[in-house]
Design a protein around this ligand. Structure first.
Ligand code: PLP
Length: 234
């Protein structure tokens, strides 16, 4: 039976709780919550889950797996969704990413950036890019070493069909908030170093369900939240 309109689903109430937590974290950091974009990470969840969040006003959605994402993009093409690709990028996937997304978080190689720029259709605005940094020397080998970041940023900023917006990181989980803030602070400092070289970055994509309050304390402008909105993934 179709669900009657207006009922408060789990996704809708989770979204409200996340908005509330963002407000509180912003207040504690003396920041304007309007400067924090909530990216709803819908990987592994069906298009119907995205529709529920959309009906509650959510517009930015993040996906990790290309084929799954493309299926949802087709199914939901009548909605005004802004799609972000946040997964690892293989070079044979760049064309579909360049054609179907508005943002790509997690670029960590110049070659990938060059392909995305070449393959971005000319009738579309430049693809928004965040470069992934390995800020906590983490277990996951993803991301560029901080000392290599300024050079990568300089090269990516030259690519015509890309717009370098900022940096992204997925730090290792920490025991307490003070420790959790350190890699986020490192990302912010790195972004300031790059800005000092004349590249105007406006985005720090950092913070997930378990650590977004710490990320907001350190200046996150996009937080990528999956579990806290859609529930646990299998
Ligand atoms: C899955 C994923 C998220 C969301 O993680 P949650 O812990 O479910 O909030 C955020 N960022 C990236 C890059 C992810 O892969």
């Amino acid at each position: 039976m179709p669900r009657p309109l207006g009922i408060m689903t789990a996704i809708v109430s989770n979204l409200q709780a996340v908005h509330h937590a963002i407000m509180q974290a912003a207040q504690a950091a003396e920041r304007d919550p309007a400067g924090i974009m909530l990216l709803a990470v819908s990987k592994t969840f069906p298009a119907s889950a995205i529709q529920e969040a959309y009906a509650a006003g959510q517009r930015e959605f993040g996906e990790n797996y290309l084929q799954e994402a493309l299926d949802k993009i087709v199914a939901l093409r009548d909605l005004e969704i802004v799609w972000h690709f946040i997964g690892p990028i293989q070079s044979n996937k760049t064309r579909a990413i360049a054609e179907n997304f508005t943002w790509v978080h997690g670029v960590e190689r110049l070659k990938i950036a060059q392909r995305l720029s070449e393959q971005r259709p000319p009738h579309l605005p430049p693809l928004n890019i965040c470069l992934q940094v390995n800020v906590s020397g983490e277990e996951s080998k993803s991301g560029v070493a901080p000392q290599e970041m300024v050079n990568l940023a300089r090269e990516v900023a030259k690519l015509p069909q890309l717009l370098l917006r900022g940096l992204m990181a997925i730090p290792a989980p920490a025991e307490d908030e003070a420790t959790q803030r350190q890699p986020f602070a490192r990302l912010r400092e790195l972004s300031q170093e790059i800005a000092a070289q004349g590249m105007a970055l406006d985005t720090l994509s950092m913070g997930m369900s378990h650590d977004f309050a710490a990320a907001i304390q350190e200046g996150a402008t996009i937080i990528r939240i999956g579990t806290a909105i859609f529930g646990k993934r299998d």
